[in-house]
Design a protein around this ligand. Structure first.
Ligand code: DPP
Ligand code: ZN
Length: 854
């Protein structure tokens, strides 16, 4: 397979300062005429090479004259040119309605739309499909007026009119040079929820969220989030919007969450459509976060773009960091941090510890689509967060201002970003740059010793970066660690919070005036994305879970206490639950705590996260250990769970941080009541299910019922299905909830669901709702028979034929075989081998599966 390497980068041979695109749109046969102004970039004699996606040109003209000395080589169109400056025109015909990959121009729900990042533009027309070729776009679209009354593209609308045969046309011009991955068009029968936004310098921007007419009532939340994002970016980063129009279109079939095309974002409808009846609080939060994310890309991604795809984290890591800051400012920053770290540990830590580990700036790829990963996005955001922590807010802002000013209108590198941060702050980040090149999650060991009889304590910190594929030797990284010491007896501060930059293999810190037993609070706020190993006792962890003044550290202490208990139970079959029960009771009794925080703190770590702590994952033992602790917590604290449950009853739905927190705690408490085995649990859950005036309560109750075995379970699944049978996004929840169920028969249920008439692999959301959810269900997926592996492999082989990009993203769970004992490992490998041997496999799947075997 062809491997693209970062160090092989060379600047483009030809620039394309301008392009005019003329689309004659039709679902079955769309004609695309592209007129490129091409300019030779430096003295070379190489021909013009335009990437293509398998099409053959209907015609090629140079400076207005048809030529036939072109050839197709590896899908690219090669055109010999004599001068330095030419106009090259090509015509192709493409078939949007046969485009199941959802890359390029495709049909979704009767409308036409595009997705070009990373390399989809070449499937629309011949072009140098690389992010460092920036062009000014003029786009003309002609289409049937009845079928496609709305015609949208990037930039500003400049003209429109009627054409013969019931067709009409529209022209859009985007004055900002952009790479082709940011090109977009939409043709459809859509309506918009519109408003205006006035930027701080007085530009009036028309905002529109375009959906099918029936969905219009579900757009208010996204539109409000867009306005809030625009204000936030002005206030926090000094970034203003730069066009007169900002449109968002929601489509049902979409590989990504959304796409930041200049002035015309295209969204997966799950990140736009929401109302109380159909969307959970989680959905509402995710919509605001994704709307903000894509909007923020207008600067971090569009105005300053990437030189090449190895720099992807330049825009994605930074933009995730920006959207996390935005979300933190909209509600509880503490709970947001906990959610983000939980997500990082669920998705990124396993990736960093497995066969697909890669640095946030990779060195090579076979298929770039496979690198839209939790590492690039979420670890990338953590790396930016560490820079912000080291620099402090003023110097970080100075660095970001310098970066945006200096690289505006250009295609930049991660190095450009770090150098801007260094220059503006005066901080030396040379060693810090290892975060860009070394993969693997560093492990930090911390040991605190009080000197015998004295008033001193010594903290020893040491770090180790694990070996990852292709990186056998690692250098010590810069780890910014926030820490603090508490006194065990007085529960006061012995040493105030400080930021330690650990940059060597180990370091000792001495604390004076330590007159009582010190307790270590470390990696406060999760200041570094590392695994921390300490020898803190259950007593120390219980103390911190009750007294730490850093909410993340407080949550973390409880998680560690739970993990220690669960890992021991899974390994030995024995456990003492007393310490966890006491700590959870203390948290539930603390009236000063935010209910949203309480809900997070009392949740047990997931089966997967427990498995990640063990030398080898034993899914059944982990499941038994966790269920036993859940049951004991449920029984021992029954009165408290019921009190918490009663305290969370609300009058009517509101979407606010406080109301969200209560709803979260409500369903967590309900889950523990059910876990206790209480005989009224199913009735209570069914009552919540029936009485709910919002999806959070309804789906929460459904999840509790689906986990159990009651008449109410069957009834609720039926009611839910019938009530929402015409709502694809809610049906996804119906599939997903069943795939996540801890019941013994989940594997068979999921196999049956895959034959349900509403199941289809053609829609990425639906495929993920069943297959991804099943693959995170550790016990069901890892059934000893290997049937779970076979099921997923069958689905992926089928999906690969339609949509390789989405299929390949679902493969990593099969690559975790090294984490399991012989029998399971052999069965997983057999499925990977079967995938690799499949005739006609995509390069997306080949890369993921072959690396997973390696
Ligand atoms: N649309 C994806 C995102 O915003 C890729 N750029 O992250
Ligand atoms: Zn992004």
């Amino acid at each position: 397979p062809h491997v693209t390497r970062r160090e092989d980068y060379t600047p483009p041979d030809w620039q394309v300062p301008e392009i005019a695109l003329d689309f004659s749109l039709d679902a079955a046969a769309t004609l695309v005429r592209a007129t490129l102004h091409v300019v030779r970039d430096s003295a070379h004699d190489r021909p013009l090479v335009l990437d293509g996606g398998g099409q053959t040109p209907l015609s090629v003209k140079v400076d207005g004259v048809a030529v036939n000395d072109w050839r197709i080589e590896n899908d690219a169109l090669v055109v010999p040119l004599s001068g330095t400056d030419h106009v090259v025109e090509t015509e192709v015909e493409i078939a949007p309605d046969r485009n199941t990959q959802l890359m390029g121009l495709y049909a979704s729900g009767g409308n036409l739309c595009t997705q070009c990042e990373a390399e989809g533009f070449r499937r629309i027309t011949f072009f140098p499909d690389r992010p460092d070729v920036l062009s000014i776009y003029k786009v003309r679209m002609t289409a049937d007026k009845k079928r496609y009354p709305v015609l949208l593209a990037n930039g500003d609308p400049v003209a429109q009119g009627d054409a013969p045969d019931g067709r009409h046309w529209a022209e859009w011009h985007d004055p900002y040079p952009k790479p082709c991955y940011l090109f977009a068009l939409v043709a459809g029968d859509l309506v918009a929820n519109t408003t205006t936004f006035t930027t701080r310098s007085g530009r009036e921007v028309s905002l529109g969220i375009w959906v099918r007419a029936a969905d219009l009532p579900k757009t208010a939340h996204a539109l409000a989030a867009l306005q809030t994002s625009m204000t936030w970016d002005e206030q926090v980063y000094g970034r203003e919007y730069d066009l007169d129009v900002f449109n968002i279109v929601a489509v049902d079939d979409f590989n990504f969450g959304a796409m930041e095309n200049k002035g015309l974002n295209i969204f997966n409808s799950r990140y736009i459509l929401a109302d109380a009846d159909t969307a959970t609080d989680y959905d509402f939060d995710a919509i605001a976060a994704v709307v903000a994310h894509e909007y923020f890309h207008n600067w971090s991604g569009n105005r300053v773009t990437c030189r090449d795809w190895f720099q992807l984290s330049l825009k994605e890591g930074f933009t995730v960091f920006r959207d996390q800051g935005f979300s933190a400012d909209q509600g509880s920053a503490a709970v947001k941090r906990i959610e983000d770290v939980r997500g990082l540990r669920a998705a990124q830590f396993p990736e960093d510890a497995g066969p697909l580990a890669h640095p946030i700036r990779p060195d090579e790829y076979q298929e770039i689509s496979n690198f839209y990963t939790a590492t690039i996005y979420n670890k990338g955001a953590e790396v930016i967060r560490m820079i912000a922590t080291i620099l402090g807010p003023e110097r970080f802002r100075a660095g970001s201002d310098l970066y945006f000013d200096r690289f505006d209108g250009t295609a930049a590198t991660c190095e450009d970003f770090v150098a801007s941060m260094e220059e503006a702050s005066g901080e030396d980040l040379s060693q810090f740059r290892l975060w860009y090149s070394q993969a693997g999650t560093p492990r930090l060991t911390a040991t605190l010793r009080q000197d015998a009889g004295g008033s001193r304590a010594t903290l020893t910190l040491s770090q180790r970066v694990p070996v990852t594929p292709g990186q056998p030797v690692k250098q010590p990284m810069v780890l910014p660690i926030k820490l603090k010491l508490f006194g065990a007896d007085t529960a006061t501060t012995l040493a105030p919070e400080r930021l330690v930059l650990l940059d060597g293999p180990s370091e000792q810190l001495v604390f004076d005036g330590v007159t009582e037993r010190p307790i270590l609070s470390i990696n406060r706020g999760f200041s570094a994305p590392v695994v921390v190993e300490t020898d803190r006792s259950a007593d120390d962890l219980a103390f911190l879970s009750a007294h730490d003044d850093d909410p993340f550290a407080r949550y973390e202490a409880m998680q560690q206490l739970m993990l220690d208990t669960l890992v021991q139970a899974a390994a030995t079959g024995q456990a003492d639950h007393k310490a966890v029960i006491a700590a959870v009771a203390h948290t539930l009794d603390d009236a000063a705590l935010d209910p949203a925080f309480v809900a997070e703190a009392v949740l047990l770590p997931s089966d997967n996260f427990i498995g990640d702590q063990m030398a080898l994952v034993d899914p059944e033992a982990i499941f038994r250990a966790r269920e036993a602790l859940r049951r004991d917590l449920g029984k021992a604290l029954d009165v408290r769970w019921r009190a918490a449950y009663a305290s969370t009853q609300a009058d009517a739905f509101v979407y606010s941080p406080a109301a969200k927190g209560l709803r979260r705690l409500k369903t967590v408490a309900l889950g523990y009541i059910a876990a206790s085995g209480a005989c009224d649990a199913a009735a209570l859950a069914f009552k919540q299910f029936e009485a709910a005036d919002n999806m959070t309560d309804r789906q929460g109750a459904l999840g509790v019922l689906v986990a159990g075995d009651s008449a109410e379970r069957v009834a609720a699944l039926d009611i839910f299905y019938n009530r929402y049978s015409d709502n694809a996004l809610v049906l996804d929840k119906w599939f997903q909830t069943q795939a996540l169920s801890p019941r013994d028969d989940t594997l068979e249920q999921v196999q049956t669901l895959s034959r349900h008439r509403d199941f289809t692999l053609a829609n990425p959301n639906r495929a993920r709702a069943l297959i991804s959810a099943f693959a995170v269900n550790q016990r069901a997926f890892n059934a000893a028979s290997g049937e779970g592996y076979r099921f997923v492999a069958d689905q992926l082989i089928a999906l690969d034929k339609l949509n390789p990009q989405t299929a390949a993203k679902l493969l990593p769970p099969l690559g975790r075989w090294r984490r399991f004992a012989e029998e399971r490992a052999t069965r997983m490998r057999a499925e990977l081998e079967r995938i690799v041997a499949t005739p006609g496999l995509s390069k997306d799947m080949f890369e993921q599966a072959s690396k997973s075997l390696g």
